[in-house]
Write a protein of this length. Structure first.
Length: 197
């Protein structure tokens, strides 16, 4: 789907460039955009490697399991069927910790493992309530420190890359609350429909 969107945007930009007689500007913009993307990627590789390494150290040192124990009361409320599975709790807490630190790329592999574990625990072919809840939390991505965004802002010349913290805290809290509320309501609705049948 996204491939089609990008193709449409590129074709539309090219057509508009021809119509307005500004093809040279379109060509320059394409070249600048491509080189800018490469520079951006190279500039954030270091910080992503650093935080991915920190997440690995947390896991290897046993701190991940300690974090999982601290988060267990909250995780038990959200993931009742997985509450007694130590591996699932460690993966979920690792993913949430990475998201709290704004490390989306570090959170993704842990999140995939956590989703796989939750699916195995449920034993069904359809997504379980716990898996849906986890995906909602992961997608909403509540953040305390938006590391990646701050790195990008710093690279682009921001004097205060972390001055977005209040906005990030507010928006991510609202998105997680809204997501979990919607998941809870849809779960109740689905159960009512099953009971009627």
């Amino acid at each position: 789907m996204m491939t089609r969107v990008w193709v449409v945007l590129i074709v539309f930009a090219t057509i508009m460039g021809v119509i307005s007689g500004r093809i040279p500007e379109v060509s320059i913009a394409i070249t600048k955009g491509a080189s800018g993307a490469v520079e951006l990627i190279l500039s954030i590789i270091g910080i992503m490697c650093l935080w991915s390494g920190i997440m690995r150290v947390l896991s290897e040192s046993g701190l991940a399991s300690k974090i999982a124990r601290m988060m267990r009361p909250v995780l038990k409320l959200l993931f009742r069927n997985a509450a007694n599975d130590q591996e699932a709790l460690e993966l979920i807490s690792g993913n949430i910790t990475a998201n709290l630190l704004g490390l989306a790329n570090a959170a993704t592999p842990i999140g995939l493992k956590a989703a796989d574990r939750l699916q195995k625990i449920s034993g069904g072919k359809e997504a379980s309530d716990e898996l849906i809840t986890f995906i909602v939390i992961n997608t909403a991505s509540i953040q305390l420190i938006p590391t990646t965004v701050a790195a990008v802002r710093s690279m682009l010349g921001s004097a205060k890359p972390y001055d977005i913290l209040p906005a990030v805290w507010l928006s991510s809290s609202i998105s997680v609350t809204a997501g979990l509320t919607a998941a809870f309501l849809f779960r109740k609705l689905a159960k009512r429909k099953k009971n009627r049948k």
